[in-house]
Design a protein around this ligand. Structure first.
Ligand code: KG4
Ligand code: ZN
Length: 333
């Protein structure tokens, strides 16, 4: 049994977890700073770094205590080194290095995006080859995985990420940041009565674009305001969400047709969206040989357990880093 302690601090969650063999979570302590950023309508990098500094040791203690594990029982330290905010990443990285040095443990560098995908293993083991749709606040990627820890990007967003579009529409509707969950809830009440365009639907690739949709929603609201009409906010949320899901579904269907894979992973913060999960589950019914493996809702957002899951992939291949490991804020797949 391999026990890995993992650190995640790329954005506004400070998290430390202990995961066994990349799939069994012994603890996953998460401190979120959402409340501090909400009044600014987004993450303020310096505020985020300061919060990480204040929380990291408390979260570490919590993770060790909950798992009832002594450092001597651990095999390695995994840490997110990118992508993310440099000041935030540095706090987790220094915490991980210090812990590794103090307890003579190897350091495993983890790509945050790989972490989101690896969290599917908390549902069921990913079977390869696999396709993954990674939808978060900063990324929208369709990825082919021929084997474990092997990523070929088939398509990505050309402008806004899917989660970013939720947050921008949320700001327009004066909803608290981040707005994904609130829009998801409003969409349950509303009806998708407004037809918004799905960008690039007929283009022959796997890319996404969400800025046109965002502009269409902004224009719709401004137009209604100018005419003194009241808008049904729930209907607007449902219509917007419908258009995002249409776009994600269209590209996913094309990729599933072109690449017959054994499993399909849905990952990233937007993977918490109830309608998206439902729509993809229905789509996957048409692909009998492909298992649908969404990341469990609890682990879709940023957390260190997912870093422990991806860290295990690197551990098996002995992909360790030295104490000179630096952050890579712009890291991709
Ligand atoms: O993966 P994540 O926690 O952080 C990044 O790495 O970006 O993703 C956060 C994003 C935010 O844009 C948030 O609005 C969105 O995930 N999100 C959702 C839902 N829950 C979170 N979007 C749609 N529906 C949800 N239920
Ligand atoms: Zn993330």
């Amino acid at each position: 049994m391999t026990k890995i302690i993992s650190f995640e601090s790329s954005a506004d969650e400070t998290s430390v977890a202990i995961v066994e063999d990349g799939c069994t979570i012994l603890s996953n302590a998460v401190a979120t700073q959402i409340n501090s950023h909400q009044r600014f309508g987004g993450i303020v990098p310096e505020v985020a770094s300061r919060h990480h500094i204040e929380w990291i040791t408390r979260v570490l203690d919590d993770a060790l205590q909950t798992a009832n594990i002594k450092p001597i029982e651990l095999d390695a330290v995994a840490v997110t080194y990118g992508p993310g905010l440099v000041g935030s990443l540095l706090v987790g990285l220094m915490g991980a290095k210090t812990f590794a040095l103090a307890h003579n443990l190897p350091i495993i560098p983890v790509n945050h995006l790989a972490g989101h995908i690896a969290a599917a293993n908390f549902n069921r083991p990913i079977i390869y080859p696999a396709l993954a749709l990674m939808v978060s606040g900063g990324h929208t990627e369709l990825v082919l995985m021929r084997e474990e820890n092997n990523f070929s990007v088939l398509g990505e967003t050309r402008d806004d990420a899917a989660g970013e579009s939720f947050d921008k529409v949320g700001r327009l509707l004066k909803l608290p940041y981040p707005a994904g969950k609130t829009i998801d809830d409003m969409a349950h009440i509303g009806q998708a009565t407004i037809k918004f365009p799905t960008a690039m639907a007929h283009e022959d690739n796997y890319d996404f674009s969400f800025s046109g949709l965002k502009s269409a929603v902004i224009n719709y609201v401004h137009h209604a305001e100018q005419k003194g009409e009241t808008i049904n906010r729930n209907d607007l949320a449902a219509s917007f969400q419908n258009a995002v899901i249409d776009a994600l579904l269209g590209r996913t269907r094309r990729a599933l047709q072109d690449f017959p894979v054994k499993s399909f992973v849905l990952a990233g913060g937007v993977a918490a969206n109830s309608q998206l999960r439902q729509a993809l589950a229905e789509l996957l019914e048409q692909f009998q040989n492909t298992q649908f493996i969404p990341v469990p809702q609890l682990y879709t957002g940023d957390n260190a357990a997912m870093v422990g899951a991806a860290g295990y992939w690197n551990y098996k291949k002995k992909k360790f880093a030295g104490l000179d490991l630096n952050t890579n804020p712009g890291l991709d797949f």
